[in-house]
Ligand binder design. Structure first.
Ligand code: 4NP
Length: 149
């Protein structure tokens, strides 16, 4: 089972989403993240995301930003987007219903606000939103995999 988290720059929200979800799942699950723009490709996450993760024992410092590609539709089973703009950008690259079915907003019908222009308190809010969402996703995916066994 492979899960991809997507935001705009892949330096603030989706790296945290990746680290948090991976911490709640066994190693047999692959969790990765990507951005809809390539502006930060190769860079480590924003220091404020690294610092926020560290507060809760989630180490995201080794991650590197990379852009989302159409190949990700083949590679991943679930693609979770942080906001509606990310969702629209990813869906615009989908080639089939099977691609489209994999894509959703991580909060269902709400958005994870972009903390890039904000302060540490905004990163902390994002952390808690993602932690809650990751609990729901981890339970659902664990149950799904057990059913397949
Ligand atoms: P992210 O945040 O999409 O959560 O990684 C942002 C990162 C960079 C920019 C905007 C949002 N930017 O404009 O460079």
């Amino acid at each position: 089972m492979k899960i991809l988290m997507v935001c705009l720059g892949n330096i603030c929200r989706s790296p945290l989403a990746e680290g948090i979800l991976q911490s709640k799942l066994p190693e047999s699950f692959t969790v990765d993240s990507a951005g809809t723009i390539d502006m930060h490709a190769g860079k480590a996450p924003d220091l404020r995301s690294i610092q926020t993760g560290k507060l809760y024992n989630i180490d995201i410092s080794a991650q590197q930003s990379r852009p989302f590609t159409t190949n990700d539709f083949e590679e991943y089973d679930y693609i979770f987007c942080m906001d509606r703009s990310n969702l629209a950008d990813v869906l615009s690259l989908a080639k089939s219903d099977s691609d489209r079915k994999k894509v959703s907003l991580i909060l269902g019908d709400a958005e994870v606000p972009d903390p890039y222009w904000g302060g540490l308190e905004d990163f902390d809010k994002v952390y808690h939103m993602l932690d809650k969402a990751a609990n729901t996703i981890a339970s659902k995916l664990t149950a799904e995999v057990e059913k397949q066994l």
